[in-house]
Design a protein around this ligand. Structure first.
Ligand code: 13P
Length: 250
């Protein structure tokens, strides 16, 4: 059985007080046993949120990025060693905002994925096409290239530590959600690629999340699709009431 996952990506939002209140409001409510919640927190709050959720086995804390080197003269960066040392075991890699604003290439992401998995992390690997590519109907080839160049060098044992998040760029923060049928179509295609490059078993066990304007109003329908195993949620994860509803949308 694949894991059902509700992941929040807080991006560069919230003060420490807000982060504390939001985390408590999520962990104070009983989370359904079969749902895994992941909170993608800004780096300054990782220790805090980790401490607040320690006793809650259904909640994991994730970083939003990590450097590919273990340590060294990289001012402003965060290494996997630092994350391990505070008990963080998930990292979001390859978000479209990192790709676009920080020039992260498929090749760099390949290195990051490799280093993180070698060091025991679960990687939430983001992929997804811009509007222009969707309009030209080349979105499947585009996402296939992203996966091929950054993920498919992993062994099937390593791939078990990857969660794929399909986030069409045109749906991120725009209020425009991919329709459940569009999400299902792409998720099914991604799973077929895993089957082709690995095995049926590996493909059927890998969780594929949808991201892009997920809200309480559309989560149920999206998560109800056969190959949609949950969501990576931006804006709606910043509000306890809406994220708690999304957690209960499976
Ligand atoms: P929104 O849910 O705000 O569209 O953001 C999605 C996202 O980028 C999650 O990583």
């Amino acid at each position: 059985m694949r894991r059902k996952i509700a992941a929040g990506n807080w991006k560069m939002n919230l003060t420490e007080t807000e982060a504390r209140e939001l985390t408590s409001a999520i962990s104070d409510k009983k989370i359904p046993n079969d749902v895994t919640v992941i909170l993608g927190c800004p780096a300054p709050y990782l220790s805090l949120t980790q401490a607040l959720t320690k006793s809650n086995k259904n909640i994991h804390i994730s970083a939003q990025n990590a450097h590919q080197e273990s340590k060294g003269a990289y001012t402003g960066e965060i290494s996997h060693n630092m994350l391990s040392s505070i008990g963080v075991d998930h990292v979001i890699i390859g978000h479209s905002e990192r790709r676009e604003y920080f020039n992260e290439s498929n090749n760099l992401l390949k290195k990051k994925v490799e280093v993180l998995i070698e060091n025991g992390f679960q990687v939430i690997f983001c992929c997804g096409e811009p509007l222009k590519v969707r309009k030209s109907k080349k979105h499947k080839a585009y996402v296939e290239k992203q996966l091929k160049e950054s993920l498919f060098h992993l062994s099937s044992t390593q791939l078990k530590n990857v969660i794929i998040a399909y986030e069409p760029i045109w749906a991120i923060g725009t209020g425009v959600t991919a329709s459940p049928a569009q999400a299902q179509d792409m998720h099914k295609y991604i799973r077929s690629l895993i089957r082709k490059n690995y095995t049926q078993k590996t493909a059927s066990e890998l969780s594929i999340l949808y991201g892009g304007s997920v809200k309480p109003a559309n989560a149920k329908e999206l998560f109800g699709k056969q190959d949609v195993d949950g969501g990576l949620v931006g804006g709606a994860s910043l509000n306890a009431e809406s994220f708690n509803k999304i957690i209960r949308s499976f």
